[in-house]
Write a protein that binds this ligand. Structure first.
Ligand SMILES: Cc1cc2nc3c(=O)[nH]c(=O)nc-3n(C[C@H](O)[C@H](O)[C@H](O)COP(=O)(O)OP(=O)(O)OC[C@H]3O[C@@H](n4cnc5c(N)ncnc54)[C@H](O)[C@@H]3O)c2cc1C
Length: 289
């Protein structure tokens, strides 16, 4: 493993100073569950890194706070904390479920939601619920603070649209009170498996009709996104397995339109259709088979 120096800023100001001074040579270190594996594997994107900057002591990156119609989640919140938070379980249960499917107990205790987003892997489990929740990432540097939608924060797989002196502090999400949500993950094994595909859906039901919908498939596009065509298709309709089958089809058509036909399409097309249909049935309280 390459030789690295350890930085332990006690304040956000100090951390931003390090980022400004060292730029690409410094990497924020949250739980380290992605970073340590990548360093051990000599991942090329880390070859110029000389400093790991531990961000766990920064209070700005901690805590879950309810603010009006939103919830603010510190980037250092672990998957275990997300899964066990009564606030998140009540208002955005599919996010808690997504965190509960990450890795093993040890990985969930150390791994954070900030790290899950900032690692920029399309297979990150919390990305789909965050995208469905219109999550915004607070990005800070010595130059100031900006907000970016999580779905727009990735340039490509493994790379964020961050300047070298920027880091993330918090994630702000809509509360979706009264909505019905579901998250389904498909891995190669039932435990300790990265998503092959996943999806997060949310339905707002009024008088038995779908008043609003969010449909966010995971591991389907190069960068995470909602599928508005599928959302529009179910809006104003009564929930049914047939309707949700059409929504699944709309998602697979969007996948092919954006990524083209690949060797994996034969597998991915029917699987994402089934996952979307199943997740929508689950959210609407309909039988899933
Ligand atoms: C055995 C194993 C199983 C796993 N299983 C899963 C799984 O099922 N699902 C899944 O989604 N992931 C899985 N992972 C990946 C990993 O655990 C998660 O992505 C985790 O959420 C990463 O969080 P972290 O705090 O450990 O990030 P770190 O490793 O500390 O950081 C990850 C990246 O984000 C950057 N970063 C961290 N915080 C910030 C910040 N505040 N601002 C800017 N950049 C930042 C780091 O510089 C680094 O590039 C697994 C990992 C292992 C080792």
């Amino acid at each position: 493993m390459q030789r690295l120096s350890y930085l332990k800023p006690q304040t956000l100001e100090e951390a931003l100073g390090y980022l400004n001074e060292y730029g690409e040579k410094v990497k924020p270190y949250a739980g380290g569950t992605d970073l340590m594996v990548q360093l051990r594997e000599h991942t090329s994107k880390l070859k110029d890194v000389e400093y790991l900057m531990d961000v766990q002591y920064l209070p700005e990156l901690r805590g879950i706070e309810v603010k009006d119609d939103c919830i603010s989640i510190g980037c250092m919140t672990s998957h275990t904390e997300v899964n066990e938070s009564p606030v998140l379980r009540e208002h955005v249960p599919f996010l808690s479920i997504a965190s509960s499917t990450v890795g093993s107990t040890q990985v969930r205790n150390k791994g954070t939601v900030g790290g899950n987003i900032c690692n920029a892997s399309p297979a990150a489990d919390t990305l789909s619920p965050f995208v469905a929740l219109n999550a915004r990432l607070t990005v800070v540097s010595v130059d100031g603070t900006r907000e970016v939608l999580v779905k727009e924060a990735m340039e490509k797989a493994g790379k964020l649209k961050f300047a070298p002196n920027e880091m993330a502090t918090r994630i702000t999400i809509d509360r979706l009170d009264g909505w019905h949500t579901a998250f389904i993950k498909l891995g190669r094994r039932k435990a300790l498996a990265i998503s092959r595909m996943n999806c997060a859906v949310a339905l707002k039901l009024e008088d038995g009709v779908i008043a609003d919908a969010r449909i966010a498939p995971g591991c389907v596009f190069a960068t995470p996104d909602r599928v508005e065509k599928a959302e529009e298709l179910v809006k104003g309709q009564k929930p049914s397995a047939e309707l949700f089958e059409k929504a699944g089809l709309a998602v697979s058509e969007e996948m092919i339109a954006r990524t083209g036909i690949r060797w994996s399409t034969e597998y991915k097309k029917p699987v994402i259709e089934a996952l979307i249909q199943r997740a929508l049935c689950r959210a609407a309280g309909l039988p899933e088979d």
